[in-house]
Design a binder for this molecule. Structure first.
Ligand code: PRP
Ligand code: URA
Length: 228
């Protein structure tokens, strides 16, 4: 039998009560989100919007990446410029996180990409790991986990645990839509992991879908939803 509802934690009233949560307030993000949520948005447009919103949220998530000084010769004179000092690792959670990778690589072209395959068991809502290509020890300074949806938080928590076992010391979670239940779960288990999202939605339904949400992010990107 499908699990009915996730037990409701004592949820804070607003995102101001989630200290590790950053919700974008940028008008461009809000505009694109409404298009993304719309049930009639086709997969091609949906993928474009995932990419565009990921760029904007990713830009905010990378605001404190570390820099080092470098010397630059402009056509007119020599100056001190900067280059990225942090080695960035992008960790898209398959499948839906794949749509966020290109945008993040545009922002950080030297980032490494490490894929993690997790799917949610529809009955238990628990994550099942099916793919992991991480090398034995970490090769990056800052890991960004990419997944459009933070619902119960099971997948994100599992991904963070994999990365911590790998040796990652600085981890950020980048989502497009988060549910309070998921934010609460990640924050309780990993208060050291900041969460960046385009929206904090109201709640989960009895099947673990985010309300109002956008439906199934993987199906909507890859056109694999119900055909009836
Ligand atoms: C979705 C989503 C997250 C997960 C979120 O993936 O992309 O990975 O659900 O739910 P949670 O917070 O309750 O764990 P899904 O399992 O549907 O796999 P898919 O990306 O392959 O469609
Ligand atoms: N995964 C999705 O793709 N959508 C939800 O609403 C919840 C989990």
């Amino acid at each position: 039998m499908p699990r009915t509802t996730t037990s409701k934690p004592d949820l804070p009233a607003s995102h101001a009560d989630f200290p590790t949560l950053h919700v974008s307030t940028h008008p461009a993000v809000q505009h694109k989100l409404a298009l993304l949520r719309n049930a009639v948005t086709e997969p091609k447009k949906f993928r474009e919007l995932v990419r565009e919103i990921s760029w904007l949220v990713g830009y905010e998530a990378l605001a404190d990446a570390r820099l080092r000084s470098i010397s630059v010769h402009t056509p007119l004179e020599k100056m001190q410029g900067h280059e990225l000092a942090d080695r960035i690792g992008l960790v898209p959670i398959l499948r839906a996180g794949l749509g966020m990778v290109d945008a993040m690589l545009e922002l950080m072209p030297t980032a490494q990409v490490w894929h993690l395959g997790l799917f949610r068991d529809e009955r238990t809502l628990r994550p099942v790991e099916y793919y992991n290509k991480l090398p034995n020890s970490t090769t990056v300074d800052l890991c960004l986990i990419l997944d459009p949806m933070l619902a119960t938080g099971g997948s994100a928590t599992a991904a963070i645990e994999v990365l911590k076992r790998w040796g990652a010391e600085r981890i950020k979670l980048v989502n497009l839509i988060a549910a309070p239940e998921g934010v609460h779960a990640v924050q309780a288990a990993h208060p050291d992991v900041p969460i960046y999202t385009a929206a904090l939605d109201r709640q989960l339904n009895e099947k673990g879908y985010i309300l109002p949400g956008l439906g199934d992010a993987g199906d909507r990107q890859f056109g694999t939803g119900r055909s009836d």
